[in-house]
Design a protein around this ligand. Structure first.
Ligand code: EPU
Length: 423
């Protein structure tokens, strides 16, 4: 298992190129199940979750190939009809990646049947999928739960009006894909408005779907019988970009993130300015510099356009060094503070009270052995290691590899002393 060895403290300086968004690429890959044609997806990041989704798609009869332009996905005709009718996402893969559930909507809509292992909880919360299932039922699917699997059937889904009782990113994406092949009009209310949802809608429109309102709470979809091939470039990863910007602020650095959509980063940039950083914005880049004091500011995570839960852990690392008390409230997931006991091992003072983490004031961090528990918690610990005195060893880096492309190389280029040690 790989570890990161980080020698701190350091100051980050330079520019870093941001990859395509993992959370936009995952549903885009799942959308390949909707067509009997080829999809070309550009800017798919070479991270572990993407490899897992490609393996899952291969089991479901979609082959994917790396080409010069991106990832090309097409039905595996060598398998014949039999092969193409493997409609099951097995527990072995789903348990390693919850986003596997994104194959449910497209599989059902295109093949009339899908059997997907229930994902169960994970390190950051219970994460049920009842909204996905209620939405598919509203479109006429029969949904049964047995043996840890959800089994859904529908000869052809029928458009309907459905209101999510809780806004969900994956739920909105599953329903968008399913409704694109349903008969008639679907109106989805209280949808997630994340840029990744909008990006999926753009891809589906390129494939021939008729979708209006993506990025707003209500989305209209006019179903069609067939979708076709498309060429699509996924948006850049606002969470990867946000992670490097927070790292720059934390280390009193000067970093330019390139190949980003600055509009997707507004809530974070506003907060980083309040905490004492200077931010310059270009058409596809953001430069952050911090020379002066780092001020404490409270944060409440919220669905987009609010402050992203996926940057909460990294922001908390920043607050351990800020002047004054800060409170960070996690309102999206119920158990997303597992980085806190690890930060405490490095000397941070943080009190947890339910969904609140309170930092009474700054403390110097010192290098220690710490354990990553999930993707963003790992990023938080790496960031803490950049300002800690001495050597920090972050264990279980495989969590980090799920969503960050070559983080050690990108940090090295910015001047950090980070090494990956494989054992
Ligand atoms: N929820 C329900 N019922 C449902 C669906 C969701 O109660 O049927 C709850 C969840 O338990 C959670 C909240 O609603 O408390 C939001 O969940 P959502 O469905 O929006 O999240 P997701 O689709 O499972 C995606 C990202 C996450 C990101 C969240 C929130 C992907 C592949 N994953 O998850 O990304 O944190 O949206 O923005 O897009 C990450 O990249 O580290 C990550 C965890």
């Amino acid at each position: 298992m790989d570890t990161f060895h980080i020698h701190g403290p350091c100051r980050l300086q330079g520019s870093v190129r941001i990859a395509g968004a993992k959370n936009a690429a995952l549903p885009a890959l799942a959308a390949s199940l909707l067509v009997d044609d080829t999809l070309l997806l550009r800017k798919v990041p070479p991270v572990r979750d993407i490899a897992t989704m490609r393996r899952l798609l291969a089991n479901l009869g979609v082959v994917s190939q790396d080409t010069e332009d991106g990832v090309e996905l097409s039905p595996n005709h060598e398998l014949g009809r039999e092969g193409l009718h493997q409609d099951e996402a097995h527990y072995d893969l789903v348990k390693t990646m919850r986003a596997s559930v994104l194959v449910l909507g497209p599989l059902l809509a295109r093949r009339g049947h899908a059997r997907v292992s229930l994902p169960g909880g994970c390190a950051i919360g219970v994460r049920p999928i009842e909204q996905h299932l209620a939405g598919l039922r509203a479109l006429g699917a029969q949904v049964e739960l047995s043996g840890g699997y959800v089994d859904t059937r529908a000869e052809r889904l029928a458009g309907a009006r459905f209101r999510f009782s809780k806004a969900t990113v994956g739920g909105t994406e599953n329903l968008l894909m399913a409704a694109s092949l349903a008969k008639g009009e679907t109106v989805l209310e209280n949808c997630a408005r994340e840029p990744e949802v909008v990006d999926l809608a753009h891809l589906l429109c390129r494939m021939g779907a008729q979708i209006e309102g993506a990025g707003e709470a209500t989305i209209h979809i006019e179903g069609t019988e067939d979708l076709h091939s498309a060429d699509h470039s996924v948006i850049s990863d606002r969470i990867e970009a946000g992670t490097y910007l927070i790292a720059a602020a934390l280390t009193g650095g000067d970093v330019r993130v390139e190949n980003v959509q600055p509009g997707h980063l507004e809530a974070l940039l506003e907060k980083l300015e309040e905490t004492g950083s200077m931010v310059d914005i270009g058409s596809d880049w953001v430069r952050l510099q911090r020379n002066g004091e780092l001020r404490a500011r409270d944060v409440v995570t919220a669905p987009y356009p609010g402050f992203p839960t996926d940057l909460q852990a990294q922001y908390l690392a920043l607050m351990t060094q800020a002047e004054g008390p800060a409170t960070v409230c996690e309102s999206v997931f119920e158990n997303r503070f597992q980085h806190v006991p690890e930060l405490a091992r490095m000397g941070a003072r943080i009190e947890i009270d339910g969904n609140y983490a309170r930092v009474p004031g700054p403390t110097a961090l010192s290098g220690a052995h710490v354990m990553a528990t999930d993707l963003r918690a790992s990023a938080c610990l790496v960031l803490a290691g950049l300002v800690a005195e001495g050597r920090t060893v972050v264990h279980r880096i495989y969590h980090l590899d799920r969503g960050y492309e070559e983080m050690e190389l990108k940090l090295q280029k910015l001047g950090a002393r980070v090494e990956r040690i494989s054992t």
